[in-house]
Design a protein around this ligand. Structure first.
Ligand code: SF4
Length: 340
């Protein structure tokens, strides 16, 4: 089939096209925006253009799938409905609300940025790219996304989805800054926020990493490759590890330990004490699976006391939801019906 596809298209494809001419750019914008108007996913952060909500969604969506973000996004907003509420919160409460999403540095940076917005901008989001980029945790992509979606600033965004779409549309040869220039050239100046979201939506739902749905693509006739692409074989870097924790649950309290403040991974978060793997599971022990970045864990949970060396604290069940737990600990405590 792959050869057939090449034979059918190769004669008519403008492979490695250097750029679009003006009519092609107009056609691209028209097609993409009208497709987006009809097909955009109904996501909670698309209901208005509130800068705080857009910012929160953009930060949560970094390195996290949309489906995993939706519920966390709602929960975080219930806890911190405004930038002022977030700015005045204590860090453990912010981390607790972020729990389960991982990459906790994002939550810490958001917290710091919220304080800066309240202190330096009287609680109003700045609309300029430079001012946005001066805030903690807001880089080129996030500043452009907020500025275009909320404030209609005509500036393009490039994320992994946009890179994939542009790489296929232009054939090859785009790298680094070239993606940003290509995205800028195509950008609709009238609807920059919608255009940027449409580009990302196209990559997320049609121009998929392994199997692009070219027959459903609104810009099919402008695309140099039309799905005739070499998909680089992904080398699996995934590792496997076994890990064992003690779940000591007595008098409606659970024994938890805090990760070191200087730890590179999840500093200051609370978790169950890790114990050496036991050969014989005790009654009530259970096993679950958990993945963090490149490691797949087989997690064994032993009911009973942790070794005497564990320095920790007894936390009443009702206080646990307010504690910044690691995602794995939250998962274990749910599995054991200690928390909901
Ligand atoms: Fe992607 Fe296919 Fe559309 Fe080209 S035609 S942009 S490869 S989905």
């Amino acid at each position: 089939m792959a050869n057939l596809r090449v034979t059918n298209y190769s004669a008519m494809l403008p492979r490695d096209r250097p750029k679009f001419d003006a009519p092609e750019i107009r056609r691209w914008r028209r097609r993409l925006l009208s497709w987006y108007d009809r097909n955009r996913r109904d996501l909670p952060w698309r209901q208005d253009r509130d800068p705080y909500r857009v910012w929160l969604s953009e930060i949560m969506l970094q390195q996290t799938r949309v489906s995993a973000v939706v519920e966390h996004y709602r929960r975080f907003l219930r806890r911190f409905p405004t930038v002022q509420k977030l700015a005045s919160a204590r860090e453990p409460a912010v981390l607790a609300a972020w729990s389960g999403l991982g990459y906790y540095r994002r939550a810490r940076m958001m917290h710091a940025a919220a304080k800066a917005i309240v202190k330096q901008h009287a609680g109003r989001f700045p609309g300029g790219i430079a001012e946005l980029r001066a805030l903690p945790g807001i880089g080129r992509y996030t500043a452009a996304a907020i500025a275009s979606i909320v404030f209609d600033v005509p500036t393009a965004v490039v994320d992994g989805n946009v890179e994939r779409v542009l790489g296929r549309v232009f054939g090859s040869g785009l790298t680094g800054e070239g993606f940003w220039q290509a995205a800028e050239a195509l950008l609709s100046r009238k609807r920059p926020g919608d255009f940027n979201q449409a580009m990302m939506e196209l990559g997320a739902t049609v121009c998929l990493p392994r199997q692009p749905r070219c027959s459903a693509c609104p810009v099919f006739d402008l695309c140099a490759t039309r799905g005739d692409i070499d998909v680089p074989k992904k080398l699996s870097r995934q590792q496997r590890r076994d890990i064992c924790y003690a779940l000591d649950h007595r008098n409606r309290s659970v024994f938890l330990v805090q990760r070191p403040k200087h730890s590179s991974l999840m500093p200051g978060m609370w978790e169950l004490p890790e114990i050496p793997a036991a050969k014989q599971p005790n009654p009530g022990s259970f096993t679950l699976r958990h993945s963090i970045t490149v490691t797949d864990y087989t997690v064994r949970v032993m009911r009973g006391p942790a070794p005497g060396t564990s320095k920790g604290r007894w936390v009443p069940r009702k206080s646990i939801p307010r504690l910044p737990l690691t995602g794995l600990t939250r998962k274990i405590l749910r599995e054991a019906h200690v928390i909901q």
